[in-house]
Design a protein around this ligand. Structure first.
Ligand code: PGA
Length: 250
């Protein structure tokens, strides 16, 4: 079954006090859920946010990254098992900012996907093209190559744990959202590629999120597309009323 989902990616924002307040405000206003809500907080907030989510059906905790190795001498890094030990359910893998600023490539991301799955955490795998690729008209192949290189080594059972987030880089934090038609076209294309690799049933069950300047004003339009199953929300996830409205549009 395909699960709808809205995830808030806080990126490097909010003090601990501001973050726990934001979660409390959102939880107090959440409408009846039509899918899952995920909070992707900074690492140091996870242990404090986890107890706030306890007993709340449909609400999950995510990290924004994790290291690709089990454990060891990697100063400053956080492993997937550490994340699991504080109650993390999902982890963002391959966000375009990780790819751009931290040199994360498709091969490294495949390792992160593997370690995450092995610890019982679901990857939210981010893909999406830069502006020049969109303008050259090769965005379809570009995104297909990202999926192939980082995910297609997975078994069907493993792939079923993956959530895909399509985030055109030109739309992230720019206020320039993809139109709902552009999002639908890409999502349908991604689903068709998954069907070719894993079969129609797996493809139909895969949750594919849109990300990139989604907000309270455009969420309804985006989410009404048949292949858009929710959103990965950056800026608008930092304001309780906006995030609640986006969840309501799911
Ligand atoms: P944005 O970010 O909603 O601020 O564009 C989305 C993301 O980077 O996941």
């Amino acid at each position: 079954m395909r699960i709808k989902l809205v995830a808030g990616n806080w990126k490097m924002n909010k003090s601990l006090e501001e973050g726990t307040q934001l979660v409390s405000d959102i939880l107090a206003q959440l409408p009846p859920l039509n899918g899952r809500v995920v909070f992707a907080t900074p690492y140091i907030h996870l242990s404090s946010v986890a107890p706030l989510l306890k007993g709340r059906e449909g609400v999950y905790l995510a990290a924004q990254n994790c290291h690709q190795e089990e454990k060891g001498a990697y100063t400053g890094e956080i492993s997937a098992s550490m994340l699991r030990s504080v109650g993390v359910d999902y982890v963002l893998i391959g966000h375009s900012e990780r790819r751009q600023y931290f040199g994360e490539n498709n091969e490294l991301l495949a390792k992160k996907v593997d370690i995450t799955l092995s610890k019982g955490i679901k990857p939210i795998f981010c893909c999406g093209e830069p502006l020049e690729i969109r303008e050259a008209g090769t965005h379809d192949d570009y995104v297909a190559a990202q999926l192939e290189a980082s995910l297609y080594h997975l078994t069907e059972e493993q792939f079923r744990q993956i959530v895909i987030a399509y985030e055109p880089i030109w739309a992230i934090g720019t206020g320039r959202t993809a139109t709902s038609a552009q999002a639908q076209e890409m999502h349908a294309g991604i689903r068709a590629r998954i069907a070719a690799k894993y079969g129609a049933e797996v493809a139909n069950d895969t949750t594919i999120l849109y990300g990139g300047s989604a907000n309270a004003g455009n969420a309804q339009d985006l989410f009404s597309q048949p292949d858009v199953d929710g959103g990965l929300i950056g800026g608008a996830s930092l304001v309780a009323a906006d995030f609640v409205a986006i969840v309501g549009a799911m």
